[in-house]
Write a protein that binds this ligand. Structure first.
Ligand code: ATP
Ligand code: MG
Length: 322
């Protein structure tokens, strides 16, 4: 068995409408190995959710994918809905979204949601086995087993996110995507949930793609960090290295924008300018208009991905000077 679980190569995702085409993911390549927790960060609108939803094939019909997306040896681009449902979603890859309450019908108890999903994917499953599974999952996410008797609105935000994580683990998938799954929670609950996920990763060799605005949470929980800016992956490397010695000006700026308690003025640096219009074609470094290091060469074409050291890349021509 190869240790690579998911390999995205030159992935493009374009939303099309009558009026314009928005390239939300542009030439993205990422390799995720079994058991890794990969953090995906970048400012709002950079294409993180599009990438995640693209992997699960849950994008609107207007979205077009090209390039390659191999999961466990299977090419996902072009795989039909039936195969996607029977082989991939829930069983192989599941996702936890930020808005748990919106994802669950308010008139059904948690157990009804779980039973529906279990039955849809495994029609012959006996009731006793389903009860056993639900009990085990509740224990796994540290909730009392009776929680499954509740309606969604009877649970707190933190409990609901735990329920969503339990749902995502119904079929023991090897790969889970968390899309801002803990962002809406208070810091303590967030830490608790993320430490549960880390425990699952250690115990079951779970592989996790963790999308978050919260770089501190990513730094604490991921092994690797992938930085996205305006549809492109600009840096990818081990968490420690990227946080302490970022090799892309955007990563540097993003880290500089974090509030620091020890900063003398208490002020946070912002990044001047705004994200480019993703409906226009980009033939230069995508960050050049906002970059303090930009030179003529940065405007003369999309920079190639530079290898800083094995396992660490940056899409910047000035990588050696940063
Ligand atoms: N259904 C859609 N149709 C057209 N464009 C879309 C659609 N969904 C997203 N986009 C565009 O794609 C780009 C990327 O959006 P996406 O939601 O993937 O960003 P994100 O990094 O997840 O942002 P956030 O951090 O705010 O969740 C944005 O420019 C957005 O406007
Ligand atoms: Mg998003």
């Amino acid at each position: 068995m190869s240790d690579v679980l998911l390999e995205l190569k030159h992935l493009n995702i374009v939303y099309g409408s009558e009026y314009k085409q928005v390239t939300a993911v542009n030439d993205a390549s990422i390799t995720i190995r079994r058991g890794e927790v990969v953090g995906l960060v970048g400012e709002s609108g950079s294409g993180k959710s599009t990438l995640a939803n693209g992997i699960l094939g849950i994008l609107p019909r207007t979205a077009k994918l090209s390039g390659s997306m191999r999961f466990n040896g299977i090419e996902l681009i072009g795989l039909n809905e039936t195969a996607m449902n029977q082989q991939v979603r829930w069983r192989q890859i599941s996702i936890v979204f930020q808005k748990a309450l919106a994802a669950l019908s308010p008139v059904h108890r948690i157990e009804e949601h779980m039973i529906d999903i279990l039955r849809a994917h495994d029609p012959g499953i006996p009731m006793a086995q389903m009860r056993e599974r639900m009990k085990k999952l509740m224990t796994l996410v540290r909730l009392p087993p009776e929680t499954v008797r509740s309606y969604p609105h009877q649970l707190s935000g933190g409990m609901l996110q735990r329920v969503m994580i339990a749902l995502s683990l119904l079929f023991d998938p090897p790969f889970v995507i968390l899309d801002e799954a803990t962002t809406a929670l208070d810091v303590l609950t967030q830490r608790q949930i993320l430490s549960e996920i880390r425990r699952l990763q250690h115990e079951f060799n779970l592989t996790v793609l963790m999308i978050s605005h919260d770089i501190a949470a990513v730094a604490e929980n991921a092994n690797r960090i992938v930085v996205m800016y305006a549809s492109q992956i600009v840096e990818d490397g081990p968490v420690e290295t990227v946080i302490h010695a970022p090799k892309h000006p955007y990563t540097q700026a993003l880290l500089g924008a974090l509030p620091r308690l020890d900063a003398p003025t208490g002020r946070v640096k912002s990044i001047p300018g705004s994200l480019p219009d993703l409906s226009l074609s980009i033939n230069q470094c995508v960050f050049a208009p906002r970059c303090a290091y930009a030179m003529d060469i940065c405007w003369q074409g999309v920079p190639a991905v530079q290898v800083v050291e094995p396992g660490h890349t940056s899409k910047c021509v000035r990588v050696n000077e940063i």
